[in-house]
Design a protein around this ligand. Structure first.
Ligand SMILES: Cc1cc2nc3c(=O)[nH]c(=O)nc-3n(C[C@H](O)[C@H](O)[C@H](O)COP(=O)(O)OP(=O)(O)OC[C@H]3O[C@@H](n4cnc5c(N)ncnc54)[C@H](O)[C@@H]3O)c2cc1C
Length: 382
């Protein structure tokens, strides 16, 4: 298809329509704005950061207590979206967090729970082993159980945001790559491999590719290649809600997380820390190697029971990391461009609320929720 000038103008162009962009499209369109989303693939897809069946949502946030109010709203919005599409997108499930004495995960989660009055049960490793027999934790580990946790059906969340956005008139251009975004100060121009678009504002939500589009932010976002592995279950406990929580283990080897069986046959395990840094997300190798699987298999063998230690399926995904591990969510100074990126491997659960926040930033330049700790300034100051 030859290049064309799209003579239609839009209120907002959303660049990248994955986890975050699909939500931004929905909230903007729901407010009556004329929205177009552009994605280089056909979301939901498995080339970015929002695939692999499920994502954990939890509220006693060890990373920073300021995320908690955002999480209250995120959960509410996931429930609302589930209701409006008539499909369960979010499921409650207890979360077991475990770590050695002084673990940042346990200490941070307890702090958030204390500050926001969230329910949290503290167990010893021996007590945890009685309730959850498939966890083989060292005896000195502290364990915290959070009931305000659960999981999201990731691809279905993206699809539901997109279909809901479409029901409010948003258009999606897929298999079209944005080459540049520029602004004269009062509006934006977006050049793609198929044409040129104008709008009052843009929301840049291009995940691992954000540094390529916004070169000023390239040095603040590094991309990591990550592996997810599934293991066949041999114990019924993994299927029982009361016997198999979600988990996040702060082990000396690395931090690992996982989802109990949601298909009656396998559990999913991933490694949160570590990962190979890559320079070009489009050139990412998706071939899973023995080396990719090894640390996850070793964790599973050492800390989990009731599974076959052989990996039955695996996928490659990407984290977009900021230097401090907190998101980048801001309106760029003097420009009608909102950027939401650098979700640092923990952003999916927030996409519902941050789409709403992005809509606030587009419309009013501010939002009622505290997002100061996610500002672009803090990164520029480093
Ligand atoms: C293995 C793994 C496990 C995770 N587990 C959790 C978890 O349990 N809980 C949690 O909350 N979070 C988790 N995360 C993090 C979370 O999934 C991500 O933070 C989130 O999905 C990021 O969404 P995004 O919209 O930024 O990226 P994406 O969903 O990748 O969307 C970016 C989109 O932009 C498009 N795009 C990019 N460049 C262009 C361009 N130039 N032109 C057009 N389109 C473009 C891409 O095609 C893509 O569709 C996990 C991530 C991974 C990889």
């Amino acid at each position: 298809m030859g290049e064309s000038l799209n003579t239609e103008t839009y209120d907002v162009i959303v660049i990248g329509c994955g986890g975050f962009g699909s939500s931004a499209m929905f909230h903007l369109a729901q407010r009556g704005l004329k929205v177009i989303g552009i994605d280089q693939f056909h979301p939901p897809h498995d080339r970015g950061s929002s695939h692999g069946e499920t994502r954990i949502i939890r509220k006693a946030y060890f990373e920073h207590p300021s995320y908690v109010p955002l999480l209250h709203r995120a959960w509410e919005l996931w429930e609302e979206l589930s209701e409006s599409v008539n499909e369960r997108l979010i499921e409650q499930r207890d979360l077991l967090m475990a770590g050695p004495p002084g673990s940042e995960v346990i200490e941070g989660a307890r702090l958030s729970a204390r500050l926001y009055g969230l329910p949290m049960e503290n167990l010893t490793a021996a007590e945890a082993a009685i309730r959850y027999p498939e966890f083989h934790l060292p005896e000195d580990y502290a364990v915290a159980i959070e009931s305000t946790a659960g999981y999201l059906w990731a691809e279905r969340c993206v699809a539901s945001h997109l279909s809901s956005a479409a029901s409010f008139g948003a258009q999606l251009r897929h298999n079209e790559t944005v080459l540049s975004v520029s602004s004269s100060g009062t509006g934006v121009q977006v050049q793609t491999d198929r044409g040129c678009y104008s709008a009052g504002a843009a929301v840049v939500t291009s995940g691992a590719w954000t540094g390529q589009l916004l070169s000023d932010y390239a040095r603040h976002i590094s991309v990591l290649r990550k592996t997810l592995c599934w293991f066949p279950v041999t114990s019924e406990n993994w299927i029982r809600k009361d016997r198999a929580p979600l988990f996040f283990v702060d082990a000396p080897e690395s931090q690992f997380y996982g989802t109990p069986s949601v298909d009656g046959a396998t559990i999913k395990v991933g490694m949160h820390t570590g990962g190979e840094m890559i320079s070009d997300p489009s050139g990412l190798s998706r071939q899973v190697t023995d080396e990719d699987e090894r640390p996850i298999s070793q964790f599973a063998q050492k800390y989990l029971g009731g599974i076959k230690p052989q990996v039955s399926a695996s996928v490659i995904c990407m984290y977009s990391m900021t230097p401090d591990g907190h998101f980048l969510l801001d309106r760029l100074p003097e420009l009608p461009i909102v950027v939401a990126a650098g979700f640092s491997g923990h952003g999916f659960k927030f996409t519902s609320v941050l789409g709403e926040v992005a809509a606030d930033l587009v419309q009013r330049g501010q939002t009622g929720l505290d997002i100061g700790f996610l500002s672009a300034n803090r990164l520029s100051a480093r």
